[in-house]
Design a protein around this ligand. Structure first.
Ligand code: HEC
Ligand code: HEC
Ligand code: HEC
Ligand code: HEC
Ligand code: HEC
Length: 457
């Protein structure tokens, strides 16, 4: 009898565990926005080109932003078609999450097309990406906090907008909707939970915790700045028009200067063989969320410090360890990672590629994502946990220490020590392995600062 009871208990426990796993996997299914999948037809929506006939300026701004390329951009195509779609074929429980990519990257295809949508070169409506219609048919968020394409959309000739209409439009009705002036509007797509319930994107939540939320400085204020502009050809110039710049990490000008650096030594005069300590302060003066944010699984910012002596010899100075948990992911080195790409690529026992692809010993500002086996992953949908968050928060200052023993053969005279902060959208070894166009992994200069030390004979 006893064993029977135990069996029953074990069975119960097994069912409970199974139920938990199921629940974890159906997070997305529980969201009301899942109902939008396939609810409409492409023909229910207008193309952005149609809006262009009366809103040419706004159209051209949007066209230059990533928002218009969210489906056609080559790295998106590679990750979706070479990793995500094949992953759902190997592992069908990923199917909903992989369909869900389109909920944010090509909402018209999600609501009105076939899944997976046609490839970009087939020029279907999927190429519209985050189009005029997607945003201007949005009425509200379906959940709080907004997450995973939680916009509520009804197609039609009524367009929603933040401002009271100036003049009537001959093409559509206009409804003033305060939702356009909230960050939740953006959070519908800029917050994301994956099938394991992990927050793999939380730009709006980061903003909400930071100083800008308290001050009422919203996403729109930095990414859709106000300026004098004629919104429509038959309209007038509004002094406070909202420019559709949506400039972010793919605009080197937006990234430049995000962090300010200052480096100082503890000794101004040193002899060869003597040890100098440096401190570097890195102050985030520009972003309303953490830096990096968004596709955190791909992005790194890293500090490189070099001393150049009077003779032109260059010495790389690695950062000192601080000793916090998970720190090994924040200092570059010789490690293999991203082995889970082998699942969709069907490579058995894939050994992975280099984790960082930058000079060793440098501080990296990042947050690693891990798969079930604890290996770092760039496949955010496959992440089961997040590692140490060593990114730079809005208006946060990080302070780094470096120790440098002046080499005996260093040339006497003025030694210049320069700290540089660089940024990469996608770690280079992954970009090279997946043949992602080079601009996605090129080194973007954020900022630098130099100081000097006098080296004695
Ligand atoms: C035939 C011309 C025409 C077309 C086509 C057109 N619009 Fe407009 N739209 C206007 C005019 C005129 C205004 C008013 C501009 C003003 O007040 O300065 C306007 C205003 C707007 C506004 C802002 C309303 C406000 O509060 O000022 C939005 C949003 C908008 N249009 C979206 C769209 C979208 C999306 C499309 C494409 C699906 C589109 N429009 C196509 C003429 C047009
Ligand atoms: C105080 C100004 C400011 C505010 C407020 C702000 N941002 Fe940004 N944002 C920036 C700057 C500067 C960058 C460029 C540096 C970077 O990539 O983080 C940026 C970058 C981004 C990026 C690209 C990040 C990446 O790594 O690809 C996204 C996406 C973004 N912002 C979305 C938002 C959203 C959504 C909100 C509101 C929840 C918001 N931003 C609020 C200043 C701001
Ligand atoms: C990612 C969402 C998004 C996309 C895409 C988008 N808009 Fe907007 N648009 C907004 C928001 C948000 C506002 C209002 C901001 C506010 O009131 O603070 C706005 C405002 C406008 C306005 C009124 C301008 C003003 O001064 O407030 C017009 C006109 C407009 N959009 C047209 C367009 C057209 C045309 C396109 C496509 C070429 C487009 N929008 C694409 C989000 C978007
Ligand atoms: C319907 C979904 C959706 C909404 C709503 C939305 N975005 Fe985006 N946004 C995206 C997607 C998808 C991308 C990524 C494009 C890419 O690189 O593939 C993106 C990219 C961006 C970028 C460019 C990041 C870069 O790397 O350069 C900025 C900035 C941005 N969004 C800001 C905003 C702001 C501000 C709002 C609110 C006014 C907003 N977005 C609303 C889906 C959305
Ligand atoms: C909740 C909305 C959402 C979902 C779901 C989503 N994404 Fe994204 N994705 C975004 C946004 C927003 C960005 C831009 C963030 C940033 O700028 O860092 C982005 C960025 C990306 C990028 C990087 C683009 C670049 O240019 O650097 C890739 C690749 C990508 N997504 C692929 C996918 C795939 C594949 C899936 C499905 C497994 C997916 N996304 C699901 C919203 C989403």
């Amino acid at each position: 009898m006893k064993t029977d009871l135990r069996t029953v208990r074990w069975a119960g426990a097994a069912i409970a565990v199974f139920a938990i796993v199921l629940t974890a996997f159906s997070v997305a299914n529980l969201l009301p926005q899942e109902e939008l999948k396939g609810k409409y037809d492409y023909k229910d929506f207008e193309t952005s080109l149609k809006c262009r006939s009366c809103h040419p300026g706004i159209y051209e701004q949007w066209k230059q932003a990533m928002m218009s390329q969210s489906y056609t951009h080559h790295w998106d195509e590679i990750e979706y078609f070479d990793l995500a779609v094949p992953h759902a074929e190997v592992d069908p429980k990923m199917k909903d999450a992989v369909d869900g990519c389109n909920g944010c990257h090509t909402p018209l295809a999600y609501m009105g097309g076939t899944l997976p949508p046609p490839r970009p070169e087939e020029n279907s409506m999927a190429n519209e990406g985050v189009s005029c219609e997607v945003c201007h048919l949005t009425q509200r968020s379906q959940v709080d906090p907004p997450v995973n394409y939680s916009y509520y959309i009804e197609p039609g000739t009524t367009k929603h907008s933040g401002r009271e209409p100036g003049i009537e439009s001959p093409a559509h009705k206009i409804v003033q909707n305060d939702f356009f002036r909230t960050t939740e509007f953006c959070g519908n797509c800029h917050n994301e939970k994956n099938p394991y319930g992990i927050w793999v994107k939380s730009t709006q939540l980061e903003w909400k915790e930071g100083p800008y939320a308290e001050e009422g400085v919203r996403c729109q204020d930095c990414h859709m700045p106000e300026g004098p502009y004629q919104n429509a050809i038959m309209g007038t110039t509004h002094e406070d028009a909202r420019l559709h710049l949506f400039h972010g990490a793919h605009d080197p000008g937006k990234v430049r200067g995000t962090i300010e650096l200052r480096i100082e030594p503890d000794l101004r005069v040193a002899e060869p063989g003597e040890t100098i300590h440096f401190k570097v302060a890195l102050f985030n003066q520009k972003t309303g969320h953490k830096f990096p944010t968004g596709s955190v699984e791909d992005r790194i910012a890293w500090m490189h410090v070099e001393a150049t002596d009077a003779g032109g010899n260059v010495y790389h100075i690695p950062v000192d360890k601080k000793g916090f948990e998970g720190e090994e992911y924040t200092i570059s080195g010789d490690y293999l990672a991203y082995q889970d790409m082998g699942i969709p690529l069907r490579i058995d026992d894939f050994s992975g590629v280099q984790r960082d692809g930058i000079p060793h010993g440098n501080r990296i500002f990042r947050m690693p994502y891990f798969d079930e086996q604890g290996r770092m992953t760039i496949m955010q949908w496959n992440a089961t946990s997040l590692g140490v968050d060593y990114r730079i928060g809005p208006r946060e200052t990080k302070v780094e220490d470096l120790t440098f023993k002046v080499p005996y053969d260093a040339a006497p005279g003025k030694m210049v020590v320069r700290a540089v902060l660089n940024y990469q959208l996608l770690v280079k070894p992954v970009a090279d392995f997946l043949k992602v166009p080079a601009d996605e992994s090129e080194i973007i200069f954020v900022n630098d600062h130099s100081t000097t030390v006098e080296i004695l004979q």
